[in-house]
Structures are given as structure tokens and as C-alpha cells.
Design a protein around this ligand. Sequence first.
Ligand SMILES: Cc1cc2nc3c(=O)[nH]c(=O)nc-3n(C[C@H](O)[C@H](O)[C@H](O)COP(=O)(O)O)c2cc1C
Length: 323
Amino acid sequence: MPLPPLFRETLSIPVIGSPMFLVSFPPLVTALCKAGVVGTFPHVNARPTAQLDEWLTGIERDLAAHRMAHPQDLVTPYGINLIVHRTNLRFEPDLEVVVAHRVPFVITCLGNPAPVVEAVRAYGGTVFCDVTSADHARKSVRAGVDGLICVGAGAGGHASSQSAFSLVREIREFWDGCLVLGGAINDGYQVRAAEVLGADLAYMGTRFLATRESQAQDAYKRMVVESGVADLVYTDRFSGVPANFLRASIERFGIDVATLPPKKPDMASLTDTKARLWKDLWSAGQGVATIHDIPAVADLVARIAAEYRAACAIPPSSALGAR
Ligand SMILES: Cc1cc2nc3c(=O)[nH]c(=O)nc-3n(C[C@H](O)[C@H](O)[C@H](O)COP(=O)(O)O)c2cc1C
């Protein structure tokens, strides 16, 4: 299946480090790119728009210097995540900054990607759209995106309730372009499994949240390490869109999710309580089941690469008959 030219021969493992609000800042983005994993961040992590301009300049300078100093290293292009939702007032000014910097890779979420496709294609950039259902995927294909990122059940942040097995195969019935799969992918075995399922690349968030370079608070990283799947709450009551949260971060504020009223999706970051969504109420996916440490990105990627190679060598079932 086709990988856009942008990603050919730059990756050490077939993985995109997914954008995470308040977590993916330039140190994580550049550490990922230097390890051969596509580093990305949500545009709203840089505040205001002027800071976005500074961040992009800094990321480009840092990656260019690394390429010069280490010509033998695989260094990937970086990407930015644009939130296209109509309530996002930063969308238009930030898209202008993205165009001015000719950001190589753009991921859209929560809205129609068509205006982004038009603007980014004009300078030769690549646009993928984040989708959580086959219907959403069909709309994105009609908008002309270069790739689809499907985020299945168990993902950190906003997550589908549809199993990855079902979602990937359903989308593959009508889309033969580049497909990325996210949701509880932590190690090289899962990356390989995503490929076998029909994805070209894996999308990993929660695993990279618990790294030294991530901007998440230390207590948040520790909570990811200490939590299991039973410690997650899947609810739409905070943002209007279903997402996975760490129960302990919610209970610190005495919030009982069962009593919260329904909410319409919007960009507001305040709940009815004193706890701020994403900043105080922490999100993580079912990957918490197998996250036990907070390594440096380079060490983690080397480990995933070794697991991936081992997974690629797994023979088919020995239970098969000889016929
Ligand atoms: C703390 C956190 C914040 C996130 N913020 C964003 C965001 O701003 N934009 C976005 O498109 N996805 C966001 N996501 C979703 C991720 O990009 C990705 O879909 C998800 O992390 C993949 O699942 P995994 O966490 O199980 O690996 C966030 C996820 C987490 C855990």
C-alpha cells in the first residue's frame, strides 16, 4: 500500500508519534524525528499564533542541524495537527503560519479537511485526516486527503468505540491509499500487527506520553505507569466527544462522571468543576496496560524497533495442515 514520498526511507519504524494536547511540545517532536519516528504536535499547544511561528522555526532549525551533524541518521519530517472545528478561532491564522513555513505534514481533526487540503497541497505538503468511523473516512476521502488515520477503541484522547480489527478492514473495503492505525499501540509486535491488518503506519500517543521528553507533568507520567485498564473512564461528559481519562485524575477533584450533564463538543477547556480538562483531568489509552517505565525517546524507539524485527520473523501458525 502506498506510503507518501515524504515518508519513504526516513523511518526507523513505521510509526507516527501522534499529536497530544499539552504533551507534545518541540522537545518530544524533535526527539521523535531524530529517532526516525514522525514527530507531530497540535497547533494549539503553541500559544498564541506568534509562538507557533517561533516553534516551527525552532523545530526546522534543530532538525536541519541534526541532519548536517549526523548525515547517517534517519531523520523524519515533522508534522502539525490542525483542529478544524468551527469553534476553533485559531484555525485560520494558524493555517497561514503553516503555509508560510510549508510544514511538510499536516493532520486534521474534528472538521472538514477540504480547506486544509487545498492550502497545503498548493505548496506540495501532505495532509492526513484523523477519523473514528468508516462514514467519517468516506467524507475525508471525498475531501481529497492523502491519507487516513483511523483511531480505534482503547485510544488515548478522543477514541472510537469500534475495534481496530473491524475499523481497518471496513475502511480497506473502499480506501487503498495510505492508512494509519492508532489506539493502544505501544510496542513493535503491535506495530507489525497493524501492518498485517492492513495499515501502512501505526499511530502512537500514550506510549510516548510516558517518555522523558514529553511535556506531561511528572505525576501524570507516573499515573500512566501505575494505571491499568480498569483505571480508565471512557466518557463524552467532559468535551462532548467520547474520550479515555485516568480515573485517579478525575477523583482528585471529587468529580462523579455519572452525574455530569451531557455536553456539546466545543473548544472550551473548563468543566463545571475547578478541574481543567486535559490540564488537570488526564487522558490515556488502554496502552497503560503495558507501560511500565518512562524512558528516553531514543531508547524506547530502539526497543520498539527490536520488537518489530522479532515480530516480522514470526512464522505462520504451526497448527496448519500440510495440504
Ligand atoms: C493526552 C492526549 C492528548 C491528545 N490530544 C490530541 C490532540 O490535540 N489532537 C489530536 O488529533 N489527537 C489528540 N490525541 C489523540 C492522539 O493523537 C492519538 O489519536 C492517540 O493518542 C492514539 O492512541 P494511544 O494514545 O492509545 O496511542 C490525544 C491523546 C492523548 C493521550
